[in-house]
Design a protein around this ligand. Structure first.
Ligand code: FNR
Length: 403
């Protein structure tokens, strides 16, 4: 992991200015977002930007951060600062990680592989998406010593669930993040408007096409539909590709899942299991009751339920209900160091950076991903120190007020 401090980074940037150099990425996240969307093709722009319905949840995610305000304390000697933390036994250079974001190939040919390469030198963990564009094994190899997790969607095929989990274990994942909020695809108005779903084009299904169980299911399907097709023929290859996309849409999610199904997952792995998409305190309590190892407060960046509570608004009640029994992660709306600080002050252990790392990937590939992580890390370090805290352990509820 490369040594990093906010002050070195600031001076390097300002020093570069003396030689006429600008930073690789703008730290103005709105500007970065605009530049990235301008560079994307229509489908990618819609898919990444998209919120469910009228987009109110997307707005709530940002607006609700401003309902909390930091109250900085002075003269606290913050000369020696440490942004590192540990969650579920995993060392993190700062209390944030990269969220699982599917179909990154829409904005960069190396997709999630480039994201892994960008995260590797930073010590910031990355959660690989179930909808990755590259097999998890390739991304794991690119991460080096920097930790990674695997995000799982509960498929209709239990054999496939099991296979994904075993592969994640084998390639060194530090936990399974089970996303609960996408048992059905939300009403994504932007994507519907342009009639665009990347999976139908065979994008974002690399975990499946690289999986022996899934490939077996595809072969069975072809044997039924085209019993006379020769496996060695070019036509078979073409039909195989089409069948992968179709079968994926049929089995990737499962709206009949209940809490009792978690026992199956628990039996498949000794890795920590973290439930992503928790917004209600009673669901958080159920997660503990069902032996889960972590909670991940999220509304999927506003892509699933329109008019939903924001993650930051949901957090306090969940923290109170959990009473530190298991760690709490959160995402949805994290854009700056102050957002990380506020979430930690409310009791989150770590937060996820979602869309911004995709903007960075769009604009500057793997180096852009490293850069956007550096920006958040520096911003967080300075916010923490200027608020009077030397390390993550000193951030608590007394650091903020509800405005
Ligand atoms: C996502 N998210 C997501 N979550 C997940 O569990 N599996 C996935 O494959 C995806 N894919 C995905 C694609 C795109 C384009 C986006 C924007 C988001 C949700 C993601 O993990 C995270 O919850 C949100 O991105 C957080 O919201 P913000 O901060 O990006 O607004």
């Amino acid at each position: 992991m490369e040594k990093f401090t906010a002050q070195d980074y600031q001076m390097q940037t300002y020093g570069g200015g003396l030689q006429g150099k600008r930073p690789l990425l703008t730290p103005l996240w709105k500007k970065m977002e605009e530049l990235a969307y301008a560079k994307m093709e229509e489908g990618a722009r819609s898919y990444i930007n998209g919120g469910a319905g009228l987009g109110h949840t997307v707005d709530n995610n940002r607006n609700d951060f401003n309902k909390y305000r930091i109250v900085p304390r002075m003269l606290k000697n913050v000369e020696v600062r440490d942004t590192s933390t540990q969650v579920l036994g995993v060392d993190m250079a700062a209390p944030f990680f990269l969220c699982p974001v599917g179909v990154a190939e829409m904005v960069h040919p190396e997709g999630d592989l480039a994201i892994a390469k960008g995260a590797a030198p930073t010590g910031i963990p990355y959660i690989f998406s179930n909808q990755g564009s590259f097999p998890m094994e390739d991304c794991a190899a690119a991460m080096g010593e920097t930790p990674h997790f695997f995000q799982l969607y509960w498929s209709k095929s239990r054999a496939l669930v099991s296979s994904f989990v075993k592969r994640a274990e084998a390639c060194g994942a530090r936990g399974i993040v089970l996303t609960l909020d996408t048992t059905l695809l939300g009403w994504r108005t932007g994507d519907m408007d342009i009639a665009y779903l990347p999976f139908l084009l065979g994008k974002g299904i690399a975990q499946y096409t690289s999986d022996p169980v899934f490939r077996g299911l595809v072969e069975d399907e072809i044997a039924q539909e085209h019993p006379d097709l020769d496996k060695q023929s070019p036509k078979y290859k073409e039909v195989f590709g089409q069948t992968c996309a179709i079968l994926f849409t049929k089995i990737y999610n499962n709206s009949s899942t209940t809490w009792d199904d978690l026992a199956f997952l628990r039996d498949q792995t000794s890795l920590p299991i973290i439930l992503k998409g928790i917004l209600h305190k009673d669901d958080a309590k159920l997660a503990v009751k069902y032996g889960m190892d972590g909670i991940y407060v999220s509304n999927h960046g506003g892509r699933q339920v329109d008019g939903s509570i924001s993650s930051i608004a949901a957090l306090p009640k969940i923290v109170k209900a959990i009473k530190k029994q298991i760690p709490i992660m959160m995402d949805s709306g994290i854009r700056g160091g102050a957002d990380v600080f506020k979430a930690l002050a409310l009791g989150a252990d770590a937060v996820g950076l979602g869309r911004p790392h995709i903007f960075a990937l769009t604009l500057a590939g793997a180096e852009g991903v490293t850069e956007v992580i550096r920006h958040l890390q520096a911003d967080f370090e300075l916010t923490m120190a200027l608020s009077g805290c030397k390390n993550v352990g000193e951030i608590n509820r007394a650091c903020i007020v509800k405005s």
